[in-house]
Ligand binder design. Structure first.
Ligand code: CTP
Ligand SMILES: C[C@](O)(CO)[C@H](O)COP(=O)(O)O
Length: 236
C-alpha cells in the first residue's frame, strides 16, 4: 500500500470573512469548519497521516479538537507562517518518515470528497503532481489598472484550481526550496512545482468543493452541509 500524508493549512486570519475569529473556527452545525475538513481525511483510507498547521494562538484548541473528535491520524499540530506558502513548508517538515505522496489541503474546504482525494493521490503517484480543479463557467477578462479590458482568454483552457493538491514529497520539498531561494511567493503549491519545470496535472473536481472565504460562502456552506447530510444529489 502506498504511503500518503496530508498537510491541512489553517493558519490564516480570514480577513475577507471579517468575523471576530479566524473563519476556520466558525461553527457549521455545531462543529468548527476545520473539524469538518479534518474528519474527511480521517475517513479516507488512502491517508495515513495528517499534519495540521494553525496559528500559534490556536494550537491548544486544535489539540483539544483532535482528542474530542477522535482525529487519530493527526500526527502533529504545528504553528504556521506569515503566508500560506510558509505554513505549507512548515507542515511538510512534520510528516512522518517514509511518506511518498503528500496532499496539501485548505482547512476551509470542508466539502471535498473521499473519492476525489483518492483520485488526486492516485494521479500524483502516477505523474508526480495533481490538483483538483473545475472548468471555469464564466467568461474571464484580463483587465488593466484603469479598468479597461485588455484581453479575453479562451475559456476552453481555463480551470479554477482547488485543493487538495498532491505531489511526490521530494518534488514538493524541492519546489519550496527553489521558491525560498528565489524569494517567490505563490498562491498555491502547483505554482511552485510548475516553476521547477515538472508537469502538474488536473483532476476534475466538484463545484461544491468551495473555499469558505467571504460571508456569502457561509450561507452556501450551510446549505451544502444540509444536502450532504440528507444524502441528496451527488456533488456537482
Ligand atoms: N499564513 C497563512 C495563510 C493562509 N493559510 C490557510 O490557507 C488556506 C487558504 O487561505 P485563505 O482562504 O486565503 O485564508 P485566509 O488567509 O485565512 O483568508 P484571508 O486571505 O481572507 O485573510 C486557509 O485554510 C488558511 O487558514 C495558512 O495556513 N497560513
Ligand atoms: C490554494 C487555493 O485554495 C487554490 O484555489 C488558493 O489559491 C488559495 O488562495 P488564497 O489567496 O489563500 O485564498
Amino acid at each position: 500500500m502506498s504511503r500518503n500524508g496530508v498537510v491541512v493549512v489553517a493558519a490564516g486570519k480570514g480577513s475577507r470573512m471579517g468575523a471576530p475569529e479566524s473563519k476556520q473556527y466558525l461553527q457549521l452545525q455545531g462543529k468548527p469548519i476545520l473539524v469538518h475538513t479534518l474528519e474527511i481525511f480521517e475517513r479516507t483510507p488512502e491517508i495515513e497521516a495528517v499534519v495540521l498547521v494553525t496559528g500559534s494562538e490556536d494550537i491548544g484548541r486544535c489539540i483539544t479538537y483532535v482528542e474530542k473528535y477522535g482525529l487519530t491520524k493527526v500526527v502533529a499540530v504545528a504553528s504556521g507562517g506569515e503566508e500560506r506558502q510558509h505554513s505549507v513548508r512548515i507542515g511538510l517538515e512534520r510528516l512522518p518518515e517514509g511518506i511518498e505522496v503528500v496532499a496539501v489541503h485548505d482547512g476551509v474546504r470542508p466539502f471535498v470528497t473521499e473519492a476525489k482525494i483518492a483520485e488526486c493521490l492516485h494521479k500524483a503517484h502516477e505523474a508526480g503532481g495533481a490538483v483538483l480543479a473545475v472548468p471555469v463557467k464564466d467568461t474571464i477578462k484580463v483587465v488593466d489598472d484603469s479598468g479597461r479590458i485588455d484581453s479575453t482568454p479562451d475559456r476552453k483552457s481555463l480551470w479554477a484550481v482547488q485543493t487538495p493538491q498532491a505531489f511526490r514529497l521530494g518534488l514538493l520539498r524541492q519546489a519550496h526550496e527553489l521558491a525560498v531561494r528565489d524569494g517567490f511567493i505563490g498562491t498555491d503549491d502547483a505554482m511552485l512545482v510548475e516553476r521547477t519545470g515538472h508537469s502538474v496535472y488536473i483532476v476534475e473536481g466538484d463545484y461544491t468543493n468551495i473555499k469558505i472565504t467571504t460571508p456569502d460562502d457561509m450561507l452556501l456552506a450551510q446549505r451544502l452541509l444540509e444536502r450532504t447530510q440528507m444524502g441528496e444529489d451527488e456533488p456537482s
